[in-house]
Design a protein around this ligand. Structure first.
Ligand code: GLC
Ligand code: CA
Length: 518
């Protein structure tokens, strides 16, 4: 595995909402450069930036019109190269977002593909043979252009699916993976990756990485085959490339496709969502980290452990505080609950990913849809730096902002949290510093669950010489974990312990370390 990934701590930046350097109301690359010291001082040493390419922005930039062009609103290719250089100067790394499964309907490849005369791009996308032939089982569009056929979508209507082929083609119009047109699509995506590596980025977060091959089987063996070919080729030139997949199936993504990292994603009601987002419209909230929840950590572990175990020697199954697609954790969790949740996420194996603003508990805002965000829009609002105009995000007139800032009087800001010693910000910073000082966190195959009992809220786990004990509940609990002869080296709250176990107080998280005799 690429060496720096073992100790990587990622910060995800939504470029439109981080820092606007030229007062036009929208975040940009130079704004990111201004804030690199902030990210480093927080303790993050790597960045994932959401798409920054030329786009009609019908899906926040996940509808790419030109893979090699920086969107004007974010700056120029020179700005981006300067960002890469400034990141590296600080000993940090940066991943761009690669969108390989689809393009914008305005991408020149697709414009060509729509033409009636056959050309190089006719089979770059997936078309049926005839205008009235439906692409059975897929979302498809017919009647948009003169070409005699219907085409398949990968996500929104604006995002036609690129053609990587079908695992077991059944119709005449379905091509096998090794069809020359499908191989050309692969080669084109490989070239895009090499282009950006050449400009100086360190790798990619790969959007909908599991979506390439159609009619794929359960383990996505077709898509794995395509990726291992693409990644293998790119690695010949860039052996150090870092790749994280949006997949949530590490056995395939890391085990077969060739990614080094995969995310545990927020699928409705799954183990990850149960941690911080298990609520409904009627006010029911049984998220594990709510202090009055009744859950045990087993609901999470049951899903996490088999996936983790499958790849723990090979790559990183990564936990995230949130991302641009989900409601912010602070929507339903209070500060102390967030502290415990993050302490857990940041001491588990894998590279942690912190979504911008989550370090200060930025809140979710109910907002009308912007650029295809729908309910996701409320998690994409401008970063709140301080109490100046627009919370220090932009000097523009507030009515011209990309999205409104949180204008409630108690909106959290970086400046205010820096002032308050017991803030979420300081806790995150201290924990990241702690993480860097302990080699147990640089190994990722060392998770050992010590106590996770059904019907009990507290739990404990070990990584080498460190034992983590967490009590997310509103009451004192005794758990069966032996920490005698150990000392507390990091603590939120306190605990008592003796030969019979450990008694963490309500809402606490403690890290014990074995005391080694000189
Ligand atoms: C991924 C992105 C999301 C986007 C979708 C389509 O899930 O994270 O924001 O809308 O893919 O590209
Ligand atoms: Ca700007």
């Amino acid at each position: 595995m690429t060496e720096w990934l073992k100790t990587a701590i990622f910060y995800e930046i939504y470029p439109q909402s981080f820092r606007d350097s030229n007062g036009d109301g929208i975040g940009d690359i130079n704004g990111m450069i201004e804030k690199l010291d902030y990210i480093r001082d927080l303790g993050c040493n790597a960045i994932w930036m959401n798409p920054c390419y030329d786009s009609p922005f019908k899906d926040g930039g996940y509808d790419v019109r030109d893979y090699r062009k920086v969107a004007e609103r974010y700056g120029t290719i020179e700005d981006l190269r300067r960002l890469f250089a400034q990141v590296h100067e600080r000993g940090m790394h940066i991943l761009l977002d690669l969108v390989p499964g689809h393009t914008s309907e305005e991408h020149p490849w697709f414009v060509e593909s729509c033409k009636t005369e056959r050309n190089q791009y006719s089979d770059r996308y997936i078309w049926t043979d005839c205008w009235f032939q439906r692409a059975e089982g897929f979302p498809y569009i017919a009647g948009e252009c003169d070409r005699n056929g219907a085409y398949i979508l990968n996500y929104f209507k604006c995002q036609p699916a690129l053609n990587y082929g079908f695992l077991n083609p059944k119709e005449h119009w379905q091509k096998p993976l090794d069809h020359p047109a499908c191989l050309e699509t692969r080669a084109a995506m490989r070239d895009v990756m090499c282009y950006w590596m050449e400009q100086g980025c360190d790798g990619f977060r790969v959007d909908m990485a599991d979506s390439l091959v159609k009619n794929d089987d359960e383990t996505k063996s077709g898509t794995c085959q395509v990726w291992s070919d693409i990644i293998g080729q790119v690695q010949e030139q860039y052996p150090e490339i870092a790749l994280v997949s949006e997949w949530n199936n590490p056995a395939s993504a890391i085990g077969k496709a060739g990614f080094q990292m995969d995310f545990f994603l927020d699928w409705f009601g799954n183990g990850y969502n149960l941690l911080m987002r298990d609520y409904d419209e009627n006010g029911r909230d049984d998220s594990f980290f709510k202090k009055d929840s009744r859950r045990s950590i087993n609901d999470f572990l049951q899903e996490y452990l088999p996936k983790y175990d499958a790849v723990k020697k090979k790559g990183l199954y990564c936990l995230i505080t949130g991302n641009h697609d989900m409601v912010r954790a602070a929507y339903n969790l209070e500060e102390q609950e967030l502290k415990l949740a993050y302490a857990f996420l940041f001491t588990m194996p894998g590279a942690p990913f912190l979504y911008y603003g989550d370090e200060i508990g930025m809140r979710y805002q109910k907002l009308p849809c912007k650029e295809g965000g729908y309910t996701r829009t409320g998690s994409r609002t401008p970063m709140q730096w301080d109490d100046s105009v627009n919370h220090g995000f932009s000097e523009a007139d507030p009515s011209c902002l990309y999205l409104p800032t949180d204008d409630r009087a108690d909106a959290p800001t970086v400046a205010a949290q820096k002032e308050r010693k017991d803030s979420l910000y300081h806790m995150v910073r201290e924990l990241f510093r702690f993480r860097k000082e302990h080699s147990a966190f640089a190994r990722h195959d060392n998770l050992e669950i010590l106590s996770a009992e059904e019907g009990r809220r507290s739990f404990a786990y070990r990584r080498d010489d460190l034992v983590m004990v967490c009590n997310p509940s509103d009451h004192v609990e005794r758990i069966d974990v032996n920490v005698t002869g150990m000392k507390v080296v990091f603590g939120i709250g306190a605990a008592r312990w003796d030969q019979n176990g450990c008694v963490p107080e309500a809402q606490s998280f403690l890290i014990f370390q074995t005391v080694t005799e000189e």
